[in-house]
Ligand binder design. Structure first.
Ligand SMILES: [Zn+2]
Length: 224
C-alpha cells in the first residue's frame, strides 16, 4: 500500500459520493487533497469515468505538477489545483464541478453577494466570478491565483463551473453544496425581478472574521 493511500481513498470516496448526489457527471470536474508533510497533492485522473474510478487511478503530483505516484494521466486542471495549494496554505481540499445552478450564474457573469449568514461564514464575503480562460491553460491558473487572495472559499468560473475549497474534504463538500443552494436561491430571486436584500455589512464582517480564524488554524497544519 502506498504512502498516499489514505489521500487517494478520500478523493475516490468523494468522487463516488458527489456522483451519487448529482454534483458530478461522467468525467466532468476534478477533486484533489493536499498530502500533509509533503508538497504534494492527490488528484483525479484526466477524462476518466467517476463510476469506474478506483484508488489506483488517483495521481499524486508535486506543486510543479511532476507526477510522483499513479499511472494515469492527471487532470488537465492540475496546474490550477497546484496554484491554489501554493497560494492558499489554509486550503487542504479542492473540488471543481460543473454543477448546474452555479454554472447558470457563470453564464450571466453574476457574482453572488452576501445573502445569508452561513454563506459568508463558510464561503466568504461573496462568490466572485473568475473571468473566462480555456480549461487547462496557464491563463486560467493565473486568473485563479490572482482572485483567491481575497480568502473566500468558493468561486464561479465564467462559462465553465465552480471552484470550492475546504480545510478538510468534509468542509469542501459542505461548501460545494452550500454554494449550489445559494446559487439556486439567488437565481429564483433574480427571476422574481424584485429587489434582493443582502445581510447587513457588520454581520457580514463578523461571519467573515470567523471564517478567517478557521483558515488561520488550517494554515498552521502546514507548519507541522
Ligand atoms: Zn471543468
Amino acid at each position: 500500500m502506498s504512502d498516499f493511500h489514505n489521500y487517494k481513498q478520500e478523493v475516490v470516496d468523494t468522487c463516488h459520493a458527489l456522483l451519487n448526489r448529482g454534483y458530478l457527471k461522467a468525467t466532468e470536474g476534478n477533486i484533489s487533497s493536499r498530502v500533509k508533510g509533503h508538497k504534494f497533492f492527490a488528484i483525479t485522473p484526466s477524462n476518466y469515468d467517476y463510476a469506474k474510478m478506483q484508488v489506483d487511478d488517483i495521481c499524486v503530483l508535486d506543486y510543479e505538477t511532476n507526477q510522483i505516484d499513479g499511472k494515469m494521466k492527471p487532470s488537465i486542471e492540475s496546474g490550477m489545483h497546484a496554484a491554489v495549494y501554493q497560494n492558499r496554505t489554509d486550503v487542504h481540499c479542492i473540488i471543481h464541478t460543473h454543477q448546474p445552478y452555479a454554472s447558470a450564474l457563470a453564464l450571466i457573469k453574476m457574482p453572488i453577494p452576501a445573502l445569508f449568514d452561513e454563506q459568508v461564514r463558510f464561503l466568504g464575503r461573496g462568490v466572485d466570478i473568475i473571468s473566462y480562460s480555456p480549461s487547462g491553460t496557464s491563463f486560467l491558473k493565473n486568473a485563479v491565483k490572482a482572485k483567491i487572495k481575497n480568502n473566500n472559499n468558493a468561486y464561479i468560473l465564467q462559462n465553465h463551473g465552480v471552484l470550492v475549497f475546504g480545510g478538510t474534504m468534509e468542509q469542501a463538500v459542505h461548501n460545494m453544496a452550500l454554494l449550489e443552494k445559494c446559487a439556486l436561491t439567488y437565481l429564483l430571486a433574480i427571476v422574481s425581478e424584485k429587489r434582493i436584500s443582502k445581510i447587513p455589512l457588520p454581520i457580514r464582517e463578523i461571519a467573515f472574521a470567523k471564517l478567517r480564524a478557521d483558515e488561520k488554524k488550517f494554515a498552521e497544519l502546514n507548519q507541522r
